[in-house]
Write a protein that binds this ligand. Structure first.
Ligand code: NAP
Length: 263
């Protein structure tokens, strides 16, 4: 159903070739929002574009490795050149690496830190400046329930998401009164390509709490439109993130390990 708030506006969705990004794009298209979709795999982006053009919205794709240091600025420059104003930024591109931190190749870890934190921050700053000038806009950051506790076997990944949560909540506060909001959503285990990319087999905890990317995207967009500062998606995930506040950190760390370990 079209949404009067977003109908005719333009949303930039990063990581829109699979998983959550595709479902954010589908939901936004259903609200009548035009789209700019970014990822590295052009063939998949073209498939999503072809599907969403049926919805009577404009859909453009940009094939780009956001892990390259110059990519966020290049993307901003490109959209400016095309005269496109971004009303909604969905900072979704990201990946995790499963394993003992010292066993993971530094080059991969470095790429993850670059994409999950630096690219996200630079894109936010670039597009938030434009939104503040126009006096309106929505930014959504994708963190994770891993943001709420240290997670051995996802040590650096969970730390990137703790950064996203803290940065996003603080930025949302700084944006008060500008007409622009920044909402951090924290999904738990979601059926996407995430595990295949991170190199982890599903655990009993994954099977118990698994959500579809469509339901996560729908719930996340509702929180964004309500201009919430942050939200954990799914009641079991919310309960886990909430109860961890009352758990001593060494115990929370052990729990993080127990829930994620592959035997
Ligand atoms: N699935 C979960 O359980 C879960 C839970 C909590 C949070 N999250 C977060 O949700 C977000 C979306 O992940 P997902 O679960 O949907 O996984 P996914 O299916 O693997 O999707 C990741 C997306 O990011 C894109 N991407 C990866 N590296 C990129 C790069 N260097 N430049 C541009 N795009 C890049 C991928 O496209 P290309 O490969 O085509 O570039 C893909 O479209 C991530 O931030 C993830 O950390 C996922």
């Amino acid at each position: 159903m079209t949404n009067p708030t977003l109908s005719g506006k333009t949303a930039l969705v990063t990581g829109a070739s699979s998983g959550l990004g595709v479902d954010f794009a589908r939901e936004l298209a259903g609200m009548g929002c035009n789209l700019v979709l970014v990822a590295r795999r052009e063939d998949l982006l073209k498939q999503v574009q072809a599907e969403l053009l049926q919805r009577d919205v404009k859909v453009s794709i940009v094939t780009l490795d956001l892990g390259a240091a110059e990519a966020p600025q290049a993307l901003h420059d490109l959209l400016k050149l095309q005269g496109l104003a971004v009303d909604v930024l969905i900072n979704n591109a990201g990946f995790g690496l499963f394993g003992r931190d010292l066993d993971l190749p530094w080059a991969k870890t470095r790429q993850m830190l670059q994409l999950n934190m630096l690219a996200l921050t630079e894109l936010t700053r670039l597009f938030a400046h434009d939104m503040v000038k126009r006096g309106s806009g929505y930014i959504m950051q994708i963190a994770s329930t891993g943001a709420y506790q240290p997670t051995p076997t996802y040590a650096a990944y969970a730390a990137t998401k703790a950064y996203v949560l803290s940065y996003g909540e603080a930025l949302n506060y700084e944006l008060r009164g500008t007409g622009v909001s920044c909402t951090v959503i924290s999904p738990g285990v979601t059926a996407t390509e995430f595990l295949a990319v991170s190199g982890q087999k599903p655990t009993w905890y994954h099977r118990l709490t698994l959500m579809s990317s469509a339901e996560v995207a729908r719930a996340g967009l509702r929180k964004m439109l309500a201009r919430r500062s942050s939200a954990v998606i799914g009641w079991m995930n919310w309960l886990a993130a909430f109860s961890i506040r009352f758990t001593p950190r060494p115990l929370a760390t052990t729990l993080g390990y127990e829930l994620m370990k592959n035997e």
